[in-house]
Ligand binder design. Sequence first.
Ligand code: ZN
Length: 82
Amino acid sequence: MAKKIIVPGQGAGQGVPPNVKEKPRVKCENCGGEYFKHVLGLKVLSGLEAGQAAGQDVLMHMPIFRCDDCNQVLEKFVPDQF
Ligand SMILES: [Zn+2]
């Protein structure tokens, strides 16, 4: 079973937990950068594979974070199936 990745701000009615301030920021494994760009990974599924009508392709997209300094992708936050 793939681990679930939760991106705050995309869930319904979730506030920021009070202990966020004490947590270290995620750092780039390559350069230690703390700022990331939000990019999208894309995959095309057939309609049947995606549970939609046959004969239509479905574009799946997954948010992926990439270091703003060195462009390295934060692989550990990319879901296994992507
Ligand atoms: Zn980096």
